[in-house]
Design a protein around this ligand. Structure first.
Ligand SMILES: CC(C)(COP(=O)(O)OP(=O)(O)OC[C@H]1O[C@@H](n2cnc3c(N)ncnc32)[C@H](O)[C@@H]1OP(=O)(O)O)[C@@H](O)C(=O)NCCC(=O)NCCS
Length: 180
């Protein structure tokens, strides 16, 4: 492993699934578990130090995104790990902090998702949205805004795009892997 992008903390080093692509400029620290066919694009910073990060199969985390977690404390005995499901697209320059995302979600560019928020499966989050702490976003809906609000049910085309976006990024990262 390239030590400049995979760093250990408390002797724990990120664990990678099969056929994972991580750009050379990204930095992954500590207790991070990454599934198969995941792609991590340039300048992603992921820090699994005071809690854990997991990223499901075929998920893509795009350029400039920051992933972090919250430590355990007396008032918050589990802290807030970051859990990202399968086939999730995390757009450019997002901030995901100590939250839980299900499967087939699009996190629009520049969105911020705060501690304890739960995003159910099949949700589309508009660019620039802010999801406040402990908010739950319901499956099957488009949400936008700061603070985020439910807009409407997803159209069939948007629902299909959630899976298609993940497929597109698996194909793209395979091209990048083939060129290494
Ligand atoms: C929200 C989104 C899905 C568009 O949904 P839509 O229903 O087609 O929206 P429209 O473009 O018809 O716009 C409807 C209204 O929402 C507003 N709007 C659109 N995107 C918005 C956003 N991200 N946040 C707040 N308002 C938004 C529009 O200004 C418009 O407002 P108006 O009715 O007052 O004029 C899209 O703008 C978006 O944010 N996509 C995310 C793309 C992305 O970041 N991909 C990841 C990188 S690959």
């Amino acid at each position: 492993m390239n030590k400049t992008k995979f760093r250990s903390y408390n002797k724990i080093t990120p664990k990678l699934g099969k056929k994972v692509y991580v750009d050379e400029s990204s930095i992954l620290v500590g207790d991070i578990s990454i599934g198969d066919d995941v792609s991590i694009w340039p300048l992603v910073a992921a820090r699994g130090d005071v809690n854990t990060i997991s990223i499901g199969n075929r998920t893509n985390v795009q350029d400039g995104t920051v992933l972090h977690v919250t430590r355990k404390s007396a008032g918050n005995p589990t802290g807030n790990p970051l859990i990202i499901g399968e086939d999730v697209t995390v757009g450019h320059k997002c901030m995901l902090h100590g939250c839980t995302l299900g499967d087939r979600i699009l996190v629009g560019m520049g969105a911020i998702i705060m501690d304890g928020a739960v995003i159910e499966n099949d949700v589309f989050i508009g660019a620039g949205s802010l999801v406040p702490p402990h908010k739950t976003l319901e499956s099957g809906y488009l949400y936008v805004g700061n603070p985020i609000k439910q807009v409407r049910l997803l159209k069939e085309s948007e629902q299909a795009f959630l899976s298609q976006s993940a497929i597109n990024y698996v194909e793209l990262k395979n091209e990048y892997l083939a060129q290494q």
